[in-house]
Design a protein around this ligand. Structure first.
Ligand code: SF4
Ligand SMILES: [Zn+2]
Ligand SMILES: [Zn+2]
Length: 296
């Protein structure tokens, strides 16, 4: 297998494009895809400071690395969720990554800032911990960005993540979620703009990028990740993609271009949380309700 561009030994076949690429041109390909996605969806201007959500996993590091290489003004945000041994190890990787590249890093410690941890949520709540954890992370990331004056928050969702969520929302026709899904969620009141610059790169491509550029990412899986339903959707989509390359990117792009708009009217009206001022459909906001249960 030879690289389509330079004819050297290829390291990966990008099936959706029907091309093989060598190490150098795979890195170039990923940078170009992110640059084009930022432009296509009008995500970010060069002079805007962008807060990058960092978990220590490959996608968050790839995102930070690429945005930095493309010349954006990035600051990383790591949330210490207080998951026994796991969170501390992730933090070590994140600090190492930031130090090696002299990139600014901010850390929010859930226990210190809000009085509870994800381990506490796991112990005390009956619902799945991931749903609560996702909500907590979204709340903290947005609040941090808003209070520190970052107009934009970037997350490392890749194409596989995006189409899995899309399929799950379509299968249940979750209109409110579909209206808000996509590469850019515009700012609204206390909500800063949310962007997903890796949305057109597959998981395989981000993994190859991380390995080929020597990114030392945190590989250990969260102990609570077992049984996440998104894995089923990802498997189903991988099977479809295998038989029909290019399906994922078409599904995603066409949704954003044609279908997303149709769900606009189903969005529920936002009100202000009386405790923290966060926009919510059902005040007090879900974070404040959970925090009260956790710290009671
Ligand atoms: S797997 Fe679930 S609990 Fe663990 S970090 Fe992710 S969302 Fe949180
Ligand atoms: Zn090449
Ligand atoms: Zn609140």
């Amino acid at each position: 297998m030879r690289c389509r561009i330079c004819k050297k030994e290829a390291v990966i076949k990008v099936r959706s494009f029907g091309i093989a690429l060598c190490e150098e041109h795979l890195v170039e390909f990923c940078l170009k895809r992110v640059k084009e996605a930022i432009k296509r969806y009008q995500m970010l201007k060069k002079e805007e400071p962008v807060l990058v959500a960092i978990s220590g996993g490959k996608d968050s590091f790839v995102l930070w690395d690429i945005l930095d290489r493309l010349g954006y003004k990035t600051t990383g945000l790591f949330i210490n969720l207080g998951i026994k041994s796991h969170s501390e190890k992730a933090l070590e990787k994140v600090e190492k990554f930031a130090n090696e590249r002299a990139l600014p890093l901010e850390i929010v410690d859930l226990k210190e800032a809000y009085g509870f941890t994800i381990d506490d949520v796991k112990r005390k709540e009956t619902r799945t911990v991931c749903a609560a954890c996702g909500m907590i992370k979204r709340y903290i990331m947005n609040n941090f960005a808003y209070s520190k004056g970052f107009p934009v928050l970037a997350t490392g969702h890749n194409l596989n993540d995006e189409v899995a969520t899309l399929l799950s929302n379509v299968l249940s026709w979750k209109g409110g979620y579909l209206a808000r899904q996509g590469p850019v969620l515009p700012a609204e009141g206390r909500f800063v703009r949310k962007i997903k610059p890796l949305c057109e790169l597959t998981e395989r491509e981000t993994a190859a990028y991380a390995i080929l550029t020597g990114i030392d990412f945190f590989e250990e899986r969260c102990p609570y990740s077992k049984g996440a339903t998104s894995i089923i959707y990802k498997r189903a989509l991988n099977l479809i993609e295998y038989h029909s390359p290019g399906t994922k990117i078409r599904f995603y792009r066409e949704f954003v271009k044609r279908a997303k708009e149709l769900f606009k009217r189903q969005e529920e009206e936002l009100k202000e949380c009386p405790n923290c001022g966060y926009p919510t459909t059902h005040p007090p906001c879900a974070f404040c309700r959970l925090r009260e249960r956790m710290t009671a």
